[in-house]
Design a protein around this ligand. Sequence first.
Ligand SMILES: Cc1cc2nc3c(=O)[nH]c(=O)nc-3n(C[C@H](O)[C@H](O)[C@H](O)COP(=O)(O)OP(=O)(O)OC[C@H]3O[C@@H](n4cnc5c(N)ncnc54)[C@H](O)[C@@H]3O)c2cc1C
Length: 417
Amino acid sequence: MNVLILGSGVIGTTMAYYLARAGHEVTVVDRQPGPALETSYANAGEVSPGYSAPWAGPGVPVKAIKWMLMHHSPLVIKPMLDPAMWRWGLAMLRNCTEARYRVNKSRMVRLAEYSRDCLKQLRADTGIAYDERSQGTLQLFRTQKQLDAVGKDVEILKEYGVPYQVLEGDAYLEYEPALALVKHKFVGALRLPGDETGDCFKFTNNLAAMAEALGVKFKFGVNIRGLEQDGSRITGVHTDTGVLSADKYVLALGSYSPLLLKPIGIDIPVYPVKGFSITVPITDAAMAPESTIMDESHKVAVTRLGDNIRVGGTAQLSGYDLRLNASRRATLDFVVTDLFPKGGDVSKAEFWTGLRPMTPDGTPVIGETRYDNLMLSTGHGTLGWTMAAGTGRVMADLVSGRRPEISMEGLTVARYG
Ligand SMILES: Cc1cc2nc3c(=O)[nH]c(=O)nc-3n(C[C@H](O)[C@H](O)[C@H](O)COP(=O)(O)OP(=O)(O)OC[C@H]3O[C@@H](n4cnc5c(N)ncnc54)[C@H](O)[C@@H]3O)c2cc1C
């Protein structure tokens, strides 16, 4: 079958690989000159099924107010006259109940755990390299209150069978020895040994090369302007270089997905949640992180990726604005210097921003639509890297008319009515 994938971020490219392996003729279109040059470019690098949870949860509205008032705040809202933002915010608030949290989390964990298994299999099948490490992640607590509150997270981890270790005092130094210099700042940690890390940009580009070898055609530098439909089917995709057509279309345009879907009558609550990262060259490997550390106070992740430290975080609601804010960078500089004062050279860091394609319930929107030949694969929010391999595999099964290995309950656009 002839399949046209719209978007070559980590989601579109991973789907292209699995679809080609399933025997389809695949074309991928993207406006950028190569794969993974928008949100998949410099994320925090965590492949973290253990942290798969929606941002909307009980108590979050109160915490959000506290976060916004903090110095080095993890949450910034720029009030705007943007109805989509307010609609999305209200929908998120409605998801902040215990009951909704449980439903949403169970859907996310289902896809993320499957994705971890698919990624392992993909590594075994292809030998793909992307500065990957399988050394777990560490959530560091600066206060006793944070450490005491870990019980609630642990209950959930137990419920979903996610392996974990609560590390009191400085027991975490066994896994992150460079923190010895600053151990007086922390009271303990939660370790998730099953989580992995890796460079999403390298992964996507290396997988794109493998997909190309399987026959996938990438059309870069092509702007998609709109989808054409005849009531029940998509008949073509308008681009600035002409109309493209295929038997099936899969839309994976990250945060821009709702803009192309609205004109054809599909309304998905995906909103851009801006995040920032710095990539710091390592100056002393023994003083740098081994894997990922999540600083719970600032909600900033610090990850070892090859010869660099990637530091990522912040949630900013400000529409599609891609400006780099100096104050957000100051927070990332502060956290990495506070944790690893001798690890890297912050003055030489690359500063970046990306728009997480977030749904209010945290769960991505994947699978069928009311158009016979259009599928969606978007809304992966904070966990697109974590969920990419599983998403690619599920979508290849669906396009091929096979039943995916995990249930699609609650993952499709149908859940929004
Ligand atoms: C600071 C930060 C840290 C993060 N950390 C992590 C992490 O540690 N772990 C994790 O799992 N996830 C993380 N994420 C989330 C993850 O990066 C995203 O979920 C993921 O990159 C989304 O991939 P995507 O392919 O859906 O979107 P994108 O990578 O944005 O791909 C969409 C593609 O569509 C193309 N496109 C859009 N509109 C058009 C158009 N009109 N015409 C042509 N092409 C178009 C774009 O060029 C782009 O290439 C983080 C995100 C941020 C911002």
